[in-house]
Design a protein around this ligand. Structure first.
Ligand code: ATP
Length: 204
């Protein structure tokens, strides 16, 4: 049977429990074999914002999913380098795994920006879109123009933006990110500067 493969892309700066709860619940709801958490090398949606080194963001995702069945960190976009477009990632995955059935998982905020995506029609033809909403919101949060599935997951009000601010202010990260990620943030010395300079690069 064809592998059912989910792609959950993000900046993951840092990865938090909202991401993890989403990934495991969509995997369960759609009986996906695996969900790849694809770490953006250069997230074009955040072009004006500082972003941590891709290698550090990948290390945090690897640490977060190490013991979680069916979730995997993916360095595909980092290895490709440059600006990260989902259309290119799907092409690459399709070449690697021609038999796989692909699902692109989006939070409702990401889904709302879909019409700005590079080659969005290609994304929709290569994969099934899965829009995640909080229970009770249903299809209201979904993008009207493209075919998609809606999966309800418990919505946790946590964002990477708030977590970075917490480090600056010295507030706790515990339970909002997993313990291995808390330790990595400390070891790598991430997020201490409120206006850290951008550390993107054309290469990983
Ligand atoms: P930032 O605060 O820096 O913008 P973020 O917390 O939104 O970051 P991203 O890495 O930009 O995290 O998001 C990757 C994906 O995860 C997007 O599809 C986004 O909609 C989704 N997402 C982000 N936060 C949550 C959450 N709390 N629950 C469910 N999905 C989320």
């Amino acid at each position: 049977m064809a592998e059912r493969l989910g792609l959950f892309g993000g900046t993951f700066d840092p990865i938090h429990v909202g991401h993890l709860v989403t990934a495991v619940n969509v995997r369960h709801a759609l009986a996906l074999d695996r969900v790849l958490l694809v770490v953006a090398n250069d997230p074009w949606q955040k072009a004006a914002l500082p972003v941590s080194r891709a290698a550090d963001r990948l290390a945090m995702v690897e640490a977060a999913v190490a013991d979680v069945e069916g979730l995997e960190a993916s360095a595909l976009e980092i290895d490709r380098g440059g600006v990260s477009y989902t259309a290119d990632t799907l092409t690459e995955l399709g070449d690697q795994r021609p038999d796989a059935e692909l699902f692109v998982i989006l939070g409702s905020d990401a889904a709302a920006t879909l019409d700005t995506w590079e080659r969005v029609d290609e994304v929709c033809s290569r994969a099934t879109l899965v829009v995640v909403t909080r229970p009770g919101v249903g299809s209201l949060a979904a993008p009207p123009r493209w075919d998609h599935l809606v999966v309800e997951v418990p919505r946790l009000e946590v964002s990477s933006t708030d977590l970075r601010a917490r480090v600056v202010d010295g507030r706790p990260l515990d339970w909002l990110v997993t313990d291995p990620v808390v330790r990595l943030i400390r070891t790598l010395g991430l997020y201490h500067e409120p206006q850290m300079s951008s550390q993107r690069s054309a290469t990983p």
